[in-house]
Ligand binder design. Structure first.
Ligand code: IFM
Length: 466
């Protein structure tokens, strides 16, 4: 059986600036929090940094050529804030903006639609030194930055997303500390979450006023598909808590203009949320043209039988929890084969999320802005790279997307994470998510079998049966 996707469905692949660009000290770019963090001993596996990454800054024309060869219709990339506004304040920096203009022009020349993400975690270090996301001012700085990028690229980029996975920025960056800036303060994490929401709203306002009317706005969230281990009241309460902290803390303000009452109760011993000002929620609930969903694996939780903080699963190792106020929640391995990240392969999570937001935000188109898997891909003796597990993962998840569309979900796009192997945050270069293999010492790109397979799906709009 073959699954046919709707006409016009957009097939793309995604990357993010710090993970691929390199050229960290070129053309006026200043350090971001990820430069500082990755250069701090012990923070990233093997001491890896994004200094060179996969050198996309210099090789973007070849990389776009590979996308065109595969037949991709869209490329999701992010702008490096410290490249285009090096101090995080003041006017835009022309050389940095020129790079993105060249990238976008190359994409358009090849018939590939750009999807631009403004913030994929690389806050200018100067703004972190001034307090970072726990401080309200950072949200206003983000709105200024959004306007700069919109003024420079709004004539040629139609699809915009404000933030990528604000949960990671807030709770891995300021809670468990496995991501930059590496702080471990639960109250700072909650403050960061609110100011990221505010940044989204202010940024969306700035984009709307700077972009031509055809500009389309979205945000990429990583909502959790979280299941209770049993139907016991304690396990259901654990599920509710994690759902509030992982998903509703962002989706409720952005889509409905409110914070969940249970989130405020669960965190009342930590914070009174007085940093949420009266008018903030109206700003945050800015009308969107689409919701971006990033999804990899579901979670299974239960009530914890002891007082240990929940483990930081899948993003790095920390004694500090990324879940403020949820110290009585335990995480369990969901069923399914495991990827190289230790994440289980269970496409029902993606289906459930698509149906959830179809019910919760009727009429709002959905895009899968990230989905994919890391495996230990190695070239054969003849240099070919066969990655049947990745093909199986993608096939299963795309079948789930197709099923959701059949059940009424208005899904418009799918972006594979990732176009090519790259810097996987706290894991450095040890985890390979790419459909294109990168030999890091030589920067040679080689299509894996999954790239050829995905290219065929993208070109035909059809998912062949396994
Ligand atoms: O590599 C990341 C990406 O930057 C954000 N979403 C999850 C991916 C895999 O961990």
């Amino acid at each position: 059986m073959t699954y046919r996707f709707p006409p016009g469905f957009l097939w793309g692949a995604a990357t993010a600036a710090y993970q691929v660009e390199g050229a960290a000290q070129e053309d006026g770019r200043t350090p971001s929090i990820w430069d500082t963090f990755s250069h701090t001993p012990g923070k990233v596996a093997d001491g890896d940094t994004g200094d060179i990454a996969v050198d996309h800054y210099h090789r973007f024309r070849d990389d776009v050529g590979l996308m065109a060869k595969l037949g991709l219709g869209a490329y999701r990339f992010s702008v490096s804030w410290p490249r285009v506004q090096p101090t995080g304040r003041g006017p835009g920096f022309q050389r940095g903006l020129d790079f993105y203009r060249s990238l976008v022009d190359e994409l358009l020349t090849q018939g590939i639609q750009p999807l631009l993400t403004l913030y994929h975690w690389d806050l200018p270090q100067e703004l972190e030194s001034a307090g970072g996301w726990p401080e309200r001012d950072t949200a206003y700085r983000f709105a200024d930055y959004a306007a700069i990028v919109a003024d420079a690229l709004g004539d040629r980029v139609e699809m915009w997303t404000t933030l990528n996975e604000p949960w990671c920025s807030a709770f891995l960056g300021y809670g468990s500390g496995v991501h930059a800036p590496g702080r471990t303060d639960p109250v700072a994490a909650l403050r960061a979450a609110h100011h990221l929401n505010l940044a989204h709203g202010l940024g969306a306002q700035a984009l709307r006023s700077a972009l031509p009317s055809r500009g389309r706005l979205a945000v990429s969230l990583n909502p959790a598909a979280v299941r209770a281990r049993t139907q016991a009241p304690g396990d259901l309460d654990a599920q509710r808590r994690i759902d509030a902290l992982a998903t509703r803390i962002f989706s409720d303000p952005m889509l409905h203009g409110r914070y969940p009452a249970d989130l405020f109760q669960d965190t009342a011993r930590l914070t009174d949320w007085s940093y949420v000002h009266d008018t903030d929620l109206a700003v945050i609930k800015h009308p969107l043209d689409a919701l971006g969903i990033n999804h990899y694996t579901p979670s299974v939780v239960s009530a914890a039988t002891d007082n240990r903080p929940p483990r930081t699963d899948g993003h790095g190792v920390s004694e500090h929890s990324p879940w403020p106020g949820a110290q009585h929640v335990a995480f369990h391995q969901p069923p399914g084969d495991l990827t190289a990240m230790g994440w289980s392969v269970d496409p029902s999570g993606l289906y459930d999320l698509l149906m959830r937001f179809t019910r919760e935000a009727p009429g709002l188109p959905l895009m899968i802005t990230e989905n994919g898997a890391a495996y230990e891909d190695r070239p054969d003796t003849d240099g070919a790279i066969h990655d049947p597990e990745r093909i199986a993962y993608l096939r299963a998840h795309l079948a789930a997307v197709h099923r959701a569309i059949g059940d009424g979900a208005d899904v418009r796009a799918y972006f594979l994470w990732s176009l090519m192997d790259n810097f996987e945050w706290a894991y450095g270069y040890a985890k390979r998510f790419g459909a294109i293999h990168v030999d890091y010492p030589t920067q040679t790109r080689t299509l894996k079998s999954s790239a050829r397979w995905y290219g065929e799906v993208a070109r035909t709009g059809e998912l062949p049966a396994g």
